[in-house]
Design a protein around this ligand. Structure first.
Ligand code: ZN
Length: 317
């Protein structure tokens, strides 16, 4: 009897050891299958990347819902998230002013930094960026970073993001390629809608909050007059507000555009002064909580932009 018990115990131990090993093996396989980690600096790049990867990658949007990306500063937690990524996708052209401080450290961790606007930004405008040595904000002429608002240039951004994702994660390359193709088609559809709806318009100029719409304006043949510069935190002087009011009166501009992530106060002031209405024009630099809760995205917001633009420019169908 005792012998049988000992034999049984030994068999039991072997069975236990077998299962333990098997369990370890599955764990190893699982960690090999760890998903691609991608950090993106703000909403449009997050949206494009997410549309391409779907659930095959962990995609982080560093600028949280409701926040404005022009003055974003990463927290230590954000830096940690970036350093755990294989790719950091940013706009470039000084849009991410924080990157100067961190790019060396991030690259040292083996993170590849992709600047999707590098060769696309061709329009210059007045902006400011922080001078590290002088410790002050300098106003200067710089390349306008707001490339994503033109659906045609956005297609170039999507192509670049797709190529980089495929290079870093070749196992999922065909999946990414297929999703990118769908996204490019959707952007092309959007471009066709803009082209046809803005074909026959009475007005030429719009007044916007910050100067975010130059690429869209150039593509579809209207003119942007901005209350602020390339950054939304530059408040205009009373003289500038008076000048804009006179201009709006003389050009019979009936709508002043405001944005979701910056205060609408100045737009409202000018509108009141000239008896105009305010209207939303969204530079898509981030979603508000409300927009997110309503399931809004790049495309739904661009179509609202198109409706409002068509109203302000007095376009006929
Ligand atoms: Zn902007």
């Amino acid at each position: 009897m005792k012998k049988i018990l000992i034999t049984l115990s030994i068999v039991f131990l072997f069975v236990l050891a077998f299962f333990y090993q098997k369990n370890q093996a599955t764990k190893e396989v699982k960690s090999d299958e760890k998903k691609l980690q991608v950090s993106t600096s703000f909403y449009p790049l997050y949206f494009f990347t997410k549309e391409i990867t779907q659930d095959r990658a962990e995609v982080v949007n560093l600028t949280k819902t409701g926040a404005e990306p022009h003055d974003f500063e990463p927290s230590p937690k954000d830096i940690l998230a970036i350093e755990q990524s294989q790719l950091l996708i940013v706009n470039g052209n000084f849009f991410e002013s924080w990157l100067d401080k961190f790019d060396e450290e991030i690259s040292k961790q083996g993170v590849k930094i992709i600047k999707v606007t590098e060769n696309l930004a061709t329009i210059k405008g007045l902006g400011h960026h922080h001078d590290e040595e002088e410790h002050e904000e300098e106003e200067e002429e710089m390349f306008d970073p707001h490339v994503w608002l033109d659906p045609v240039l956005a297609q170039s951004q999507v192509e670049l993001i797709s190529q980089e994702l495929q290079a870093v994660d070749p196992d999922n390359a065909s999946f990414y390629q297929a999703n990118a193709t769908v996204l490019l088609q959707q952007l092309d559809d959007l471009h066709q809608e803009f082209t046809s709806q803005l074909q026959n318009c009475q007005n030429q100029e719009i007044i916007t909050s910050h100067a975010a719409f130059a690429y869209m304006a150039e593509r579809y043949g209207f003119e942007q007059i901005a209350i602020q510069g390339l950054n939304p935190d530059q408040d205009p002087s009373p003289a500038k507000i008076a000048e804009l009011s006179n201009l709006a009166k003389s050009k019979q501009i009936n709508y002043i555009f405001f944005e979701t992530l910056v205060s609408p106060k100045i737009a409202q002031t000018i509108a009141q002064e000239i008896g105009a209405k305010t209207l939303l024009f969204n530079p898509l630099e981030g979603l508000t909580r409300e927009e997110e809760a309503l399931g809004q995205n790049y495309f739904t917001i661009q179509r609202t932009n198109l409706q409002n633009l068509s109203l302000a420019l007095n376009c006929q169908p």
